[in-house]
Design a protein around this ligand. Structure first.
Ligand SMILES: NC(=O)c1ccc[n+]([C@@H]2O[C@H](COP(=O)([O-])OP(=O)(O)OC[C@H]3O[C@@H](n4cnc5c(N)ncnc54)[C@H](OP(=O)(O)O)[C@@H]3O)[C@@H](O)[C@H]2O)c1
Length: 317
């Protein structure tokens, strides 16, 4: 029983790889750059070089594999556009998986993808969900809302560096979850008969608004955040401007996600069925408070050891 993980170098993919290896699974990771993926090899995974944009490499990677977890997506800085990777690449992967009669296939979508057809990544996720439903695969679609790890670059680091934290005028609360916990759902889905051909939400214990997250960061860092509200019109303007530049396409497609947050509708879901089907106890799920407490505790200790001097506050206006 060999598990192929696509996107194993990513924020979520690396946690899935770690958890799969800890569970004693034989793991193969499809990677584009073996140097960047050296840590996966050190952990005990086999590496196979390839890309979602190279269908031949997918057929080779799938040889000898019984299960696949796809946690890949285009990076905002990646020149290959979302359509090429998240649509064409995923279709090629699914077709190769079907041809090879893969026993279990786990796909990561996004919660409420079907509600935002104008947001390219959401639309493509929704199309892949429909595409999977037309196959004979034993698939499970997991739909996270957001990751705790994203909050570090969005809130924690700007706060530690005395930078302004930009928040949308009416940002919706989001039920973020720790990727270490999401990895447990993904591995559990591989062996749950009830998870076959199911679409399951992955929502954290609580939906957090930006101001609530900032308050928690202030609480655990002992610092005061500098925040500024970004009007939705300004975000849309930046997006339209980016569309004029070839290299701006990826950025523009990503920024479109702001529309989801700006809807003001909480991004969360009832998790009862997910917990039941995957046999996971909600008590085991990390709270945002404990995650941020651990993060700031570790970073502030490190900064103290380095005798770090806070940067002087710079005016951004
Ligand atoms: N981030 C969120 O808040 C969020 C919320 C809901 C759902 N999701 C979904 O969860 C999944 C994981 O997201 P993430 O934030 O962990 O992603 P990430 O950190 O951006 O990692 C993306 C991964 O995909 C790989 N990749 C990119 N292009 C590829 C290609 N052409 N061929 C093969 N691999 C390729 C990357 O490899 P390299 O290292 O080579 O670049 C990397 O390992 C995605 O499906 C995402 O849509 C994320």
């Amino acid at each position: 029983m060999t598990l192929l993980i696509v996107g194993a170098t990513g924020t979520l993919g690396r946690q899935i790889t770690r958890h799969a290896l800890d569970q004693g699974l034989k793991v193969k990771c499809l990677v584009r750059n073996p140097q960047k993926a050296a840590f996966l090899k050190e952990w005990g995974a086999d590496l196979v070089i390839g890309s979602l944009t190279k269908p031949d490499s997918l057929t080779k990677a799938i040889a000898g594999v019984t299960m696949i977890i796809d946690a890949a997506t285009t990076k905002a800085t990646d020149p290959a556009r979302i359509r090429r990777v998240d649509w064409e690449g995923k279709v090629a992967l699914i077709q190769a998986a079907e041809k090879a009669e893969i026993e279990r296939f786990i796909f990561f979508s996004i919660l409420n993808a079907e509600k935002y057809p104008t947001v390219p990544l959401m639309d493509i996720k929704n199309c892949i969900e429909k595409f999977l439903a037309q196959t004979n695969l034993n698939y499970t679609i997991l739909r996270p809302c957001g990751f705790f790890q994203n909050l570090i670059s969005e809130y924690a680091i700007p706060m530690l560096e005395n930078q302004t934290i930009w928040v949308g005028a009416e940002d919706a609360p989001i039920a973020y979850m720790n990727t270490q916990d999401i990895a447990k759902f993904a591995i559990a889905a591989l062996s749950s008969p009830e998870a076959i051909r199911q679409t399951l939400p992955i929502a954290g214990l609580k939906a957090w608004s930006p101001s609530e997250i900032i308050r928690q960061c202030e609480r655990f860092s002992g610092r005061t955040a500098r925040t500024a509200r970004m009007p939705l019109g300004a975000v849309r303007f930046a997006r339209n401007l980016a569309l004029w530049f070839e290299g701006g396409w990826s950025f523009a497609e990503r920024v479109a996600y702001v529309e989801v947050q700006a809807s003001g509708l909480p991004v969360t879901a009832d998790m009862t069925r997910t917990y039941e089907i995957l046999g996971i106890d909600p008590e085991q799920i990390t709270t945002l408070e404990s995650y941020l407490q651990e993060y700031f505790g570790r970073i502030l200790r490190k900064l103290k050891e380095l005798d770090y001097k806070e940067p002087k506050v710079k005016s951004t206006f």
